[in-house]
Design a protein around this ligand. Structure first.
Ligand code: GRF
Length: 190
């Protein structure tokens, strides 16, 4: 069974969707740890409810990004993690993590990259008035939402759709596409 680490900073609906796919047998993998950079993040309780180990840390308590990433890399190596899955992890990966896992770290972003990188991507797209929106899954490099694209899924923005309806649509796509893509990547891994 391939081993995943999920990194998150907030709500954790993508974590939940991935765990549900595992429990339902659509994703043949195991989440062996959840890494969180906020001690109060709701994703922590979600992970604990499934008895998954959580590494929650406060970046400010470390002297550098390398210092906390070194701890994280030791944990990932300890747990023999095959794939690092960023799911709402609001931090750029630094050189320690990238040197250890580059090519094995993926991220999900709520826009059709390369459009609308960074924070509030859905609101950026709504403000711009685009008629096609979607979700991207990509490999992670040192840039912001800039790594090689693995998968994208789009939808048409219908006349009169509210912001809430658009957001719900984006998240519904995320919750399906992430597990499907992870499953494909794991099948391609030797
Ligand atoms: C998702 O929209 C994801 O695309 C973005 O951050 C959000 C995380 O949501 N990177 P959640 O914490 O999984 O609910």
């Amino acid at each position: 069974m391939k081993k995943l680490a999920v990194f998150a900073s907030g709500t954790g609906t993508n974590f939940d969707a991935i765990q549900k796919s595992i429990l339902e047998g659509r994703l043949k993998a195991e989440i062996v740890c959840v890494v969180v950079d906020h001690l109060e993040a709701p994703v922590i309780a979600k992970a604990k409810a499934h008895h998954i180990e959580v590494f929650a840390f406060e970046p400010k308590k470390y002297n550098s990004k390398s210092a906390y990433e070194s701890e994280i890399v030791s944990l990932l190596e300890d747990k023999k993690v095959d794939l690092v899955v960023l799911a709402g992890y609001m931090r750029l990966c630094g050189e320690v993590l990238l040197e250890a896992y580059e090519g094995r770290i993926i991220n999900i972003h709520p826009s059709l990259l390369p459009s609308f990188k960074g924070k509030d991507a859905i609101q950026q797209a709504i403000r711009y008035g685009v008629k096609v929106m979607g979700v991207t899954i990509h490999y992670v490099d040192s840039g912001m939402d800039s790594g090689k694209i693995i998968a994208q899924r789009s939808f048409d923005v219908e006349e009169g759709m509210s912001e809430d309806e658009i957001e719900n649509k984006v998240h519904a796509i995320e919750h399906i596409l992430y597990s499907e893509t992870i499953q494909k990547l794991l099948e391609e891994m030797v």
